[in-house]
Design a binder for this molecule. Structure first.
Ligand code: CP3
Length: 348
């Protein structure tokens, strides 16, 4: 079994509820534009989607941060919007504008999604997982991931990114059956997709619910907790023993309920979550987070002090050091080096 104290991977140990000192560290979006070697690979393909669908290049980009930094995990290079693409929705990433999708606003558009053909379109990601895991040591597991149904639905319904996610929230209130159908489709494909990544070699999985924080209590239960619980149940039935990290960004007071009711193995906490609260959650479940990516960008004495404070508060329990959200493209590589050195030399 991987999840024993003797596991050679600090990340798997922490996910199994064991305390490792120092704690494992990896960063959300650790492969990306802040690395010059990423930008050089990215420039070899016309679009970001071409990179995600090219297993040789995507595996290369997955491994790049591991060559520079002593991270305790790799995360497969892909995107949460690969799932709408696999369902046959038109998805484009426009330089400087973010993702653009053909908006889904009614039952007909939901019915047109190609659930049959979706599995085959995800195959390149499984190949990326296979290629990347072949290069990684025992001590460094590969993390597979998907977006949570709610977060992916916000992009599918809106037709892109948005601040308030009005189109998705409106559809959920105005045509709940249609929205439920969309969520059900996403549960099905996401469970299949996560299990597929695990079968290809991913030893840990993460569900990104980046926009969980815009939902009110009942909607959070229905659109965030319930679909996540269904995915967790299906994945656990298909690939037992693969730990799942949930990241309900912005969940605030509802994080505790999310941790309890979804069946995830660890909870990712965003930057706004007080570390004292994370400590309370940690009694029940391993926690991951939550350095402000802007502080990593800024560096300096305040950055050092915060890293120490997070370690001091959470390092005595099962803990995974991470950011509270993805690394920013302008982050100096030296600051990431400094972060990894602070975490890996930390002593309780
Ligand atoms: O963590 C990693 O290193 C793995 C790769 C990864 C990417 N996206 C690569 C990416 C992961 C885990 C994601 C998740 C993702 N994608 C989320 C959830 C996490 C979060 O940040 O909230 C979301 C909401 C998306 C959707 C998405 N993808 C947006 C909104 C954008 C445009 C904004 C931006 O950062 O450019 C993307 C594009 C994207 N995904 C890039 C990368 C490296 C940049 C595209 C490029 O290199 O040209």
């Amino acid at each position: 079994m991987l999840r024993t104290p003797s596991s050679p991977s600090p990340l798997l140990q922490a996910l199994g509820g064991h305390v490792t000192s120092p704690p494992p560290v990896w960063l959300m979006r650790q492969a990306g534009r802040y690395l010059p070697e990423y930008r050089s690979v990215r420039n070899r393909v016309p679009s970001f989607l071409d990179l995600c669908l090219n297993p040789a290049l995507a595996a290369e980009v997955t491994l790049q941060p591991l060559r520079r930094f002593a991270f305790d995990a790799a995360i497969v290079f892909s995107d949460i919007l690969i799932v709408p693409y696999a369902l046959g929705q038109k998805v484009e990433f426009k330089e400087g504008e973010g993702p653009k999708l053909e908006a889904i606003r009614d039952a007909d558009a939901v019915a047109k999604l190609d659930t049959e053909g979706a599995g085959a379109r995800l195959a390149p990601v499984y190949e990326t997982v296979e290629r990347a895991t072949a290069e990684l040591p025992e001590t460094v597991p590969l993390i597979g991931f998907c977006g949570a149904p709610w977060t992916v639905a916000t992009y599918m319904v809106e037709g892109g990114g948005s601040k308030e996610h009005l189109a998705a929230r409106f559809l959920a209130y105005h045509q709940p059956e249609t929205f439920q159908r969309l969520i059900d489709i996403l549960v099905e494909i996401s469970a299949h997709y996560l299990a597929g990544q695990a079968k290809a070699g991913a030893r840990v999985l993460q569900i990104f619910d980046s926009w969980a924080g815009v939902l009110s209590e009942d909607e959070f239960t229905r659109w965030c907790i319930a679909p996540t619980r269904q995915i967790v149940q299906r994945v656990k039935a298909e690939v037992p023993g693969t730990p799942i990290i949930g990241f309900p960004r912005g969940a605030g007071l509802l994080a505790e309920r999310y941790a309890r009711d979804t069946g995830i193995d660890a909870i990712g906490c965003d930057t706004a979550m007080p570390v004292g609260w994370m400590q309370r959650l940690q009694v029940h479940i391993p926690v991951q987070g939550n350095l402000d990516p802007v502080l990593l960008l800024a560096g300096g004495a305040a950055f050092d002090a915060r890293v120490e404070a997070i370690l001091g508060t959470l390092g005595a329990g099962p803990f995974i050091f991470n950011l509270g959200h993805g690394i920013l493209p302008d982050t100096p590589v030296e600051n990431v080096e400094r972060l990894v050195s602070l975490v890996t030399t930390w002593q309780a």
